[in-house]
Design a protein around this ligand. Structure first.
Ligand code: SAT
Ligand code: MN
Length: 589
């Protein structure tokens, strides 16, 4: 029988979704409603529309084909933690780690803001899937937004459109995210999460994590809540495949706060002195971790693109990233050079002539590119893209690495004694703040598991959940802590970082395989200098000694202050974590 070409039928729209769209339409009064299909043609049409309005500026078509610059409002350039709320029925469920608002109050406040907010605008319905579309671990959502820029970003960052809608029709449930840029008034800006209803409402910002609701709002804050109920973990972690010179592949997950180098580590290029290694990227920001049937922990990357920090991205710091953003990339808040190419610190083209606000560049106005300027790009453009990123069953994790940006105290690397000690190591992560969130930069703050801004519930319950998940694993990943940012008294970095970080990963995998040694210290297992492969690296022996040192008095102070911080969690703090803390303090005594 001859086969007829068939037009793919528009997927069925679940009644619950139609009803919600109608409800939002009645509230927000848009001029029109557009259901996003995710097609090339749709993206091209939206891009043309934004370019015609001057909101997307085409970049040099010869050197950056298919790429655009977007300038956000100067008052809307980063996540806004002080107006980000978790709205659980009980305040204690949100925990002292979150801002909380009663759900009825938050709902009323947001309804007032959204009333009539889309007048004259288009309401876009954006169905999306976090994770490979056919993965049992993937979860879907629908974002309603009045920003075409958000639609274009969501299309890169998630599996967006008809395929997601078809899965939603199959699954039944989905996370509801409602977003409007509003008037971009910081006084009328709120990011509300309702984990009990799997709902998000975001008003008054068009920037990154505030507006691309699939990312931090869904894949971390709401998903962490879902994960707790369903027995898995939603974490702020990159995911890499490490192929060793002997042909083995290990998968590693690593948690660092925003703008501390997750994207760089995920795309690491091995130094010439370590031949035979290959690092392939599965994800650069978020990992969903599930106990598997064989007692190991399996990970998927729920995203399909990168929303990476542009400043500092250079051919030496991250050649893969530098190459992948040469085409079909959306840049936000970068500067421009005379050739209409995007510019930031580390870009190789000519000097900046126009700053991120569109003014002629004048150093008196501050940096040319905003420190939190970003690129949005499909993961498939990454030269080191790992095909496992599309594996429905995910990849088995050999090691979990925690880290922060700390000029002192934390050594280059140490290993937790076991899973529950590792939970303490993660809970103790602290890091100097960066431009990824508004507020002062460079201030040391606790950022447990790099999840301070992203855990959708009480950290006490969250650590309890970590301990519970660990107890279910018969072959748990080993847990480590690293610090690439240690400085000497003069403020110079002691460790070269970037590609050389592979030397640390090599030790990590050597520990996993049982082939590399360590010495036992009160804070965990640490390499002696001879346990690290430092061939071809010139490192001042004094710097190395400092990188691998433990100061018991300083660590006693650190853990005593951690114990004080833990007090705020009261009876939600799990006994198992208290016991680990007491054990470390005893070892340090
Ligand atoms: O703005 S985002 O939250 O998407 C980026 C980040 O802070 O990691
Ligand atoms: Mn992040």
């Amino acid at each position: 029988m001859a086969t007829q070409p068939v037009m793919p039928a528009a997927p069925h729209r679940p009644a619950a979704l139609e009803a919600w769209v109608n409800e939002v339409r009645a509230l927000t009064s848009p001029a029109r409603v557009h259901w996003c299909t995710g097609s090339e043609e749709e993206a091209a049409a939206l891009t043309r529309e934004l370019a015609a309005r001057g909101e997307l500026l085409p970049l040099n078509p010869a050197t950056f084909p298919g790429s655009y610059l977007y300038r956000s409002s100067p008052n809307d350039v980063a996540r806004v933690e002080h107006v980000t709320f978790v709205c659980t029925r009980s305040e204690r469920d949100a925990g002292p780690n979150n801002h909380w608002m009663a759900p009825e109050l938050a709902r009323r406040k947001m309804d007032d803001l959204f009333r009539g907010a889309m007048r004259g605008r288009t309401l876009y319905v954006v169905p999306y899937c976090m994770g490979p579309i056919d993965s049992p671990y993937a979860r879907c959502g629908v974002e309603i937004t009045d920003s075409a820029y958000v639609v274009l970003n969501m299309r890169i960052m998630t599996r967006m459109g008809d395929a997601a809608l078809a899965r939603i029709a199959r699954d039944g449930g989905f996370v509801r995210g409602l977003h409007s840029t509003g008037e971009l008034d910081p006084e009328r800006r709120f990011i509300m999460h309702f984990p009990e209803e799997l709902a998000i409402m975001s008003f008054g910002s068009g920037y990154g994590g505030n507006a691309l609701l699939g990312k931090k709002c869904h894949a971390l804050r709401i998903a962490s809540w879902q994960a707790r109920q369903e027995g898995w973990l939603a974490e702020h972690m990159l995911l890499v495949a490490l192929d060793s010179p002997t042909g083995e592949t290990h998968y590693v997950a690593a948690a660092f706060p925003s703008a501390c180098g997750k994207t760089n580590l995920a795309m690491l290029i091995p130094p010439a002195a370590l031949p035979g290694w290959k690092v392939r990227t599965i994800g650069d920001d978020i990992a969903w971790l599930h106990p598997g049937p064989d007692g190991r922990l399996y990970a998927i990357n729920p995203e399909s693109g990168y929303f990476g920090v542009a400043p500092g991205t250079s051919p030496t710091s991250n050649k893969n990233a530098y190459d992948m953003i040469r085409h079909d990339t959306i840049f936000t808040n970068v500067a421009l050079n005379a050739r209409n190419e995007p510019w930031w610190d580390g870009a190789t083209g000519g000097p900046p002539v126009t700053d991120w606000q569109g003014r002629p560049f004048d150093p008196a106005n501050g940096p040319a590119a905003h420190p939190n300027a970003r690129f949005t790009v499909s993961a498939r453009q990454n030269p080191s893209y790992a095909r496992e990123a599309d594996a429905p069953a995910g990849v088995p994790i050999s090691a979990i690495i925690f880290g922060g940006r700390r000029r002192s105290l934390a050594p280059l690397v140490y290993e937790a004694r076991d899973w529950s000690h590792g939970v303490l190591v993660g809970a103790g992560v602290a890091s100097e703040t960066t431009a990824a969130a508004t507020g002062k930069v460079g201030v040391l703050r606790r950022d447990p598991m790099a999840m301070k801004p992203f855990a959708g519930y009480n950290f006490g319950d969250y650590w309890h959940h970590w301990l519970t998940v660990g107890a279910r694993l018969t072959r748990p990943p080993r847990i480590f802590h690293v610090n690439w940012f240690r400085q000497d008294a003069g403020g110079h970095f002691l460790w070269p970082g970037f590609g050389e970080n592979l030397r640390v990963l090599e030790w990590v995998l050597g520990r996993v395989d049982g082939t590399l040694g360590a010495r036992d210290t009160p804070i965990g297992f640490m390499p002696a200098a001879e346990d690290l492969d430092l061939s071809g690296l010139t490192l001042d022996p004094k710097a190395l000694a400092e990188l691998l040192s433990v100061d018991p008095a300083a660590w006693r102070e650190e853990y005593t202050s951690l114990a004080r911080d833990f007090e705020q969690y009261g009876d939600r703090l799990p006994e198992g974590l208290k016991a680990e803390l007491e054990a470390v303090l005893a070892r340090l005594a």
